[in-house]
Design a protein around this ligand. Sequence first.
Ligand code: CP
Length: 310
Amino acid sequence: MRHLPNLKSFNSKDIKVILKKAAEIKENPKAFSNVLKDQSMAMIFQKTSTRTRVSFEVAMTELGGHGIYIDWSTSNFVLSGIEYETEYLSRNVSSIMARLLHHSDLEKIISGSKVPVINGCCERYHPCQALTDIMTISEHRELNEAHIVYVGVQNNVSNSLAIVCDKLGIRLTLATPMLEQEEESFEPQVQEIIKLSTYITHTTDVKGAVQSADFVYTDTWIDMQYFNDPTRAKEKNARLDLMMPYQINSTLLKGLSCKIMHDMPIHNGYEITSEMVRDPRSIIFQQAENRLHAQKGLLWWIYREAGVTS
Ligand code: CP
C-alpha cells in the first residue's frame, strides 16, 4: 500500500505511470467508469477548497465509486484524537484524502490508517496540484523541452513543483524572493533540491527569467486561510509591497509567447491581472479542469498499489 504525503517517495516511473493513465482516462473516461466500483473515499477538509473537493468527488463518482465530504470542524476529529477517528474511517472507507493545516497531522492520519492516504494540500506540499501541472504542460510541450518559470512566493505549490521537476528532469526557474526559514512552507529538503538540482534555478530577476519561459506560472501570495484575516492585515500589506514587482501583467509578458498558468483560486489584481487570466496565452482553466483527470490517474494508481484493483 502506498500513501501520497508528498511526491518525495515517488520515483519518475511512478509519476509517469500516473500521468499516462490520467491522459488515457481523460481521452476515454467511459472505459474507466467501473474501475472503483463500490469503493468509498473519505475527503477531510480543515481548509476551504473548490477544485480539490470537486475534482476528487467527481473523480470517485466517474470511476464508479463514492466520495464523502467531511468538514473537520463539524466532525468528531475536533473532539477525539486523530488516531482513533482515522482508525475508524479506515474500517468504513477504502481511501482517505485530507486537506489539513499542518503536515504533521497528515503524518498522524497516515500512521493511523489502514487504507491509502492522499495529501490534498497542507502548508508544505500540494502534490495533486503538481501532478496536474505536469499533465497540463505535457499537453503543450515535450516535458524535456519545457521551461517553467514559477513567479511569486515559494510555497506548498512551488515546493511540490520543484520535487516533481527534479524527478522528471524538467527545467524550472523559481523567480521569487528568498524564502525565510520562519515561513510555514519552508522545507529544508526542498531547499536542498532547489540548491542542488541541475534542473532548477532560483532568481529574483523576474523580468530576465520570463524571457525564455514556455510556461509562466503564478500562485496566490498569501496563504488562502490568511487572505481575509484582519489580524494578518499588517503582514499582508508588507507582503503585497514586496511582491508587486512579481505580478503577472501585460507589461511583464509583453511580446512573449509563453503559456500562463495559475493553480487557482485567483486574487485578481494581486499576483495576476484579470487581463492576463483571460489572455489568449492563458491555460489556467485547462489546468484547473485537469485536476479531475489527474486525480483519476492518481486514484487508479493508488488503488492498484493497495491491491484493491488490478
Ligand atoms: N488549486 C486548488 O487546490 O484549488 P482549491 O484550493 O480550490 O482546492
